[in-house]
Structures are given as C-alpha cells and as structure tokens.
Design a protein around this ligand. Structure first.
Ligand SMILES: [Mg+2]
Length: 122
C-alpha cells in the first residue's frame, strides 16, 4: 500500500508542487493550509505515515503544530520534515528540538526531498 504523506503549507503553489512530486513517486498525499487545518486532517483521515510542514503559516505556525502533535501519543513518533524559508541555525535548532526529524530549507530539490522521505519511512 502506498505511504500517506500530509503536506502542510499556506502557499498553494508549494502545496501543489510538493503534492505533485510525491504523487508522481507513488505516495498518497493530503494537503493542509496551516497547523490547525493539519491537526483537523490528522484527526479525520486515515493514518498518515509522514508529515512535511512549513513554518510560517497563519492561525498556527509549523513549530506550534509540531509541538502540539508531539505531545499526543498517537503522533509522537510520526516522522516530520520541516520545509521552510527560515534557514537560520536558531530556526533549525528550534525545529529539531521540538521534534522534527529533518529540517530542509526552501527551495529544496525535489529529488532530495523524496530521498529524505524514503529514508525516514525506511
Ligand atoms: Mg508559509
């Protein structure tokens, strides 16, 4: 069965681009437009195998989203890749310390993202 990836980004262009790349690699993809939308989707859809999340988003940013789901047993082990324009060392440290498995800075090479996803899904 294909692995299910939740792509969280407030930019429709990025959501569509990442979804397109992942679908073409055989992944099942659900998209969400901010952290709150992503939490709702996590509660309402079948199991998600991995999350790709932006940081800067309205309503609930990516760091708050990660902190929130890492505090819940059902989601504490799900692999998370941060995909953000914020590439400062502080941001990366914050993302990793909140529980992200990997931090990628935009623009990320699609092949590299796919490779990282496959590695995390091991
Ligand atoms: Mg954003």
């Amino acid at each position: 069965m294909s692995k299910h990836v939740l792509v969280v980004d407030d930019s429709k262009t990025i959501r569509n681009l990442v979804a397109f790349v992942l679908k073409s690699e055989g992944f099942k993809v659900t998209t969400a437009e901010d952290g709150l939308d992503a939490i709702e989707k996590l509660y309402n859809i079948e199991a998600v195998d991995l999350i790709v999340s932006d940081v800067n988003m309205p309503r609930m940013d990516g760091f708050t989203f990660i902190k929130n789901i890492r505090a819940q047993d059902a989601y504490k082990d799900i692999p998370i890749i941060v995909l953000s324009t914020e590439g400062q060392e502080d941001d990366i440290q914050t993302g990793i310390s909140l529980g992200a498995n990997l931090y990628m800075v935009k623009p990320a090479q699609p092949e590299k993202m796919v490779r990282n996803i496959k590695m995390l899904l091991g």
